[in-house]
Ligand binder design. Structure first.
Ligand SMILES: [Fe+2]
Length: 293
């Protein structure tokens, strides 16, 4: 593909409120600052981008992802590519008795690396192998700025100035009994942290409902038992049809989501009789903040 194609970029909305399909771009090739700026702007406004028919080596995916910022090295280092620790493998494939990637995770709405004090800015998710269309495994993304905007005023008032406590170890120990236990060093890297429940997107200035169903343990000033039904209600609100888009994968597809403005999850598929292999790069972010508007 000719690098000049990267100057022909165009965007088409995939639903009214979330997602854009990007055409005229080859992520494996260099692109101008103007093209990249257009891509980044669209990502921030639409929460997720879809780019089809891509072919990237791990090094090319890393080079493209670094245009956004420095990359995370996932705390589960044995699930990253040995030669490219920036690539986190998500897969149900078992080779020589060993799971080659994160197996059967991501089934509930989450924000990648939201359990860090400085959560990820965004993720680049590249599909290398996938079950056929119609057999599940879609990635569903919700635009949390659109969800926040539509929230009733009493909910906005409740969330204003409230914190949420995110806790990776708590999540891991409840949900990944099948995986190896976290080491003390891994636990030390992921202590419970607090974020505002509403954050102001640093690039669009829009307020975002900064809640996920995976890592949020409780509100800062409330018990787990009192917090859970409120988290459930907020996630159910965000899960409305109008705010979400489920991408049906074909190998070669790339999704880029904005972790500062979206939650996502993977829909069910046959884990035991199909092959799904995805490469994720995760871009480092800043400490989230809420600015009253
Ligand atoms: Fe994820």
């Amino acid at each position: 593909m000719d690098a000049t194609l990267n100057e022909q970029i165009s965007f088409t909305p995939v639903t009214e409120k979330v997602g854009s399909l990007v055409d005229g771009i080859n992520l494996a090739e260099p692109m101008s600052a103007e093209t990249f700026a257009a891509l980044r702007r669209e990502l921030c406004e639409r929460a997720v981008l879809v780019v089809k028919n891509q072919k990237m080596t791990p090094g090319q995916q890393i080079d493209f992802s670094k245009r956004f910022g420095e990359l995370e090295h996932h705390v589960l280092s044995d699930l990253c590519l040995p030669d490219h620790p920036e690539i986190f493998v998500v897969s149900n494939i078992i080779e020589d008795g060993k799971k080659i990637g994160a197996y059967d995770g991501s089934r509930i709405y989450h924000i990648d690396c939201a359990y860090l004090d400085k959560p990820s800015m965004g993720s680049v998710f590249y599909c290398l192998e996938h079950p056929p269309v119609g057999e599940g495994g879609e990635t569903q993304v919700v635009n949390l700025a659109a969800a926040y905007e539509a929230l009733p005023d009493d909910k906005k008032e409740f969330l204003k100035d409230r914190a949420v406590v995110r806790d990776y170890v708590w999540h891991y120990e409840r949900n990944h009994a099948d995986r190896t236990s976290l080491t003390d060093a891994q636990k030390a890297r992921t202590p419970p942290i607090e974020h505002p429940a509403v954050v102001t997107h640093p690039e669009t200035g829009k307020n975002v409902l900064f809640i996920d169903a995976m890592y949020c343990r409780r509100f800062g000033d409330m018990s787990e038992a009192d917090s859970k039904p409120i988290f459930d209600e907020l996630i159910a609100f965000a899960d409305r049809e109008e705010f979400k888009y489920a991408h049906v994968w074909t190998p070669g597809d790339v999704m880029i989501w904005d972790n500062r403005g979206a939650v996502h999850k993977r829909l069910a598929f046959d884990l035991e009789n199909t092959r799904r292999r995805m490469h994720r790069t995760t871009i480092m972010g800043e400490k989230p903040a809420y600015q009253p508007q």
